[in-house]
Write a protein that binds this ligand. Structure first.
Ligand code: ADP
Ligand code: MG
Length: 262
């Protein structure tokens, strides 16, 4: 059974897209079948996957508004060896168009229902706001992965986000779980980062991934070459960190599955 993970944080620049692209590529490299859905009109995950956002034959707009079947909107030629639903500025109109739609929170959920089991993981890159696109992601997802930078106000922001997730879940998706909290752009020499990290662990316990994503310039460079970092520079600390994260998540998921069976 496929698992749908939304990557969300209402704050911009915390590493959502970097995580979505590199996690998708790292999971795909373990022979798992992965779909990445770009829900951000900026289309950064699309470009980072080696797909020109203005050349894509379809985007999440066609999936959500025109209700085209998933198989017709995916792009299979990505540099990361996963399937992609692209995004570009067309997706900005989704918000307005959805206003006229029936059950508008459930569009993505319904669009994925028949295809969920074609994939091991479906990863959704959310825009940096809690708009109707993010609500659609939360309604469709099994769980939410929250990337965050360990800085002064981070904890406050993440507590507010968790609050929103809980409220949203109560309305549109009571089974929504927290997949995990990921520390991004981490600098272990920074004392504040260590303090915030400790507080995070106190607050979220096991939900905080053991894997941390270091600040690594290769991660920032790779998107301009349209490649996940593991193909741009496989020896980089960034590439190793995202491979480790994929491993940690897959182990966790398999453990959860075996506990459900038992
Ligand atoms: P978001 O999707 O949350 O807005 P991005 O993933 O686009 O965040 O990251 C914001 C910026 O920081 C981008 O320029 C990206 O390349 C860079 N970046 C993200 N993670 C790292 C990292 N671990 N090390 C260095 N730069 C990073
Ligand atoms: Mg982004």
């Amino acid at each position: 059974m496929g698992k749908i993970i939304a990557i969300a944080n209402q704050k911009g620049g915390v590493g959502k897209t970097t995580t979505a692209v590199n996690l998708a590529a790292s999971m795909a490299a373990t022979k798992r079948k992965i779909l990445l859905i770009d829900l951000d009109p900026q289309g950064n995950a699309t470009m980072g996957s080696g797909v020109d956002k203005y050349e894509a034959h379809a985007t999440s707009y066609e999936l959500l508004i025109d209700e085209k079947p998933l198989t017709e909107v995916i792009t299979q030629q990505t540099s990361g060896k996963y399937d992609l639903v692209a995004a570009n500025s067309d997706v900005t109109a989704v918000e307005i168009k959805l206003m006229e739609c029936f059950a508008r929170e459930l569009r993505l959920r319904n669009a994925l229902a028949d295809y969920k089991d074609n994939y091991d993981f479906i990863i959704i890159d959310c825009p940096p706001s809690l708009n109707m696109l993010t609500v659609n992601a939360m309604a469709a997802a099994d769980s939410v992965l929250v990337p965050m930078q360990c800085e002064y106000y981070a904890l406050e922001g993440v507590t507010a986000l968790m609050d929103t997730i809980e409220k949203l879940a109560a309305v549109v998706n009571p089974n929504l779980a927290i997949e995990g909290v990921l520390r991004t752009m981490y600098d272990p020499r920074n004392r504040l980062a260590n303090d915030v990290s400790e507080q995070l662990k106190k607050h979220f316990g096991e939900k905080v991934y053991r894997t941390v994503i270091p600040r690594n310039v290769r991660l920032a460079e790779a998107p301009s070459f349209g490649e996940p970092v593991m193909y741009y520079d496989k020896a980089s600390t960034g590439a190793k960190a995202y491979l480790a994260l994929a491993g940690e998540m897959i182990r966790r998921s398999e453990k959860e599955k075996s506990q459900q069976v038992a």
